[in-house]
Design a protein around this ligand. Sequence first.
Ligand code: NAP
Length: 292
Amino acid sequence: MRAAPINPADLNQIEGKYPVRFPLPATPGFEGAGVVVDAGGNGTTIPAGTLVILPHNLGTWREAVAVKASELVAVPPEIDPVHAALLKINPMTAWRLLHDYVDLKKGDWLIQNAANSAAGRAVTQIARELGHKTVNVIRRAELIDELRSEGGDVVLVDSEKLRDEVKSATNGAPIPLGLNAVGGESALRLANCLAPGSTLVTFGAMSLQPLKIPNGLLIFKGLRFRGIWINKWYDSASKEERMEAFRPLFEMAKRGLLKTKVEKAYPLTEAKAAVAHAAQGKRSGKIIFEFE
Ligand SMILES: NC(=O)c1ccc[n+]([C@@H]2O[C@H](COP(=O)([O-])OP(=O)(O)OC[C@H]3O[C@@H](n4cnc5c(N)ncnc54)[C@H](OP(=O)(O)O)[C@@H]3O)[C@@H](O)[C@H]2O)c1
């Protein structure tokens, strides 16, 4: 292994709040990248020395693992191990969120909360590539300039005034897609910014608060409420579909995009401190494990 992040889903899994429970003793970690040291067996197509992205179901917080070649995704040589280790969950989720729910055209708007998260930043960058415009909702005003400089068209701090502020920042343009990683009141405020018939896709619940949908949003506004779990997408995608989906992400990564910010890298021997650090809010980036 070369690098593996500590994502919110990893923490949820350790806490027993995730629908995947490996039999104990188990190794956590849903994503990561490593280098093939030995390609044994028959029919392998990935030679030793290749940087690869690992599947999500074997536990990546470890120094080494034996895995079937068919489950690995070979990474182009221009992409470094830390960059590669964080492409599989958030950038891929962002790609799917922008392709699988609403037929967005160039110039269409979308709105998202937790916009400074790894997933949110990937959404902003991919949306820009595709010609869509983003309203990025955050909870810390000090990040406004940073997110604008990364391509966010509109960046706003979440508040009761959100709907009016969005309306004025977008000149009242209809917003057909909302992306919710927070839940609770924040999700509702996003839904209230959407045009009739639009879709709110929930993929995270950082506030741990349930989504309470007022009847009127369903009856009078005809909003659709959907959800995505990227693990399920990986489980049902064929090898060809996975490779096809990674291609545009790799192309962007080669140009320096989709590079998840890292606040601190820990060795595996400091796993306890690393996990405690990752559980803190208001970080400047991910907490990751880096391996020698
Ligand atoms: N469904 C899926 O398949 C899928 C795939 C990818 C990600 N996700 C989910 O998407 C979410 C974001 O993941 P990530 O890896 O991008 O996160 P991340 O980079 O670790 O960032 C966490 C984000 O959550 C915000 N946050 C934390 N606690 C909050 C609270 N109580 N209320 C509002 N915002 C809060 C943080 O804001 P501050 O910086 O201000 O603390 C930050 O924007 C997580 O829930 C994750 O599980 C789901």
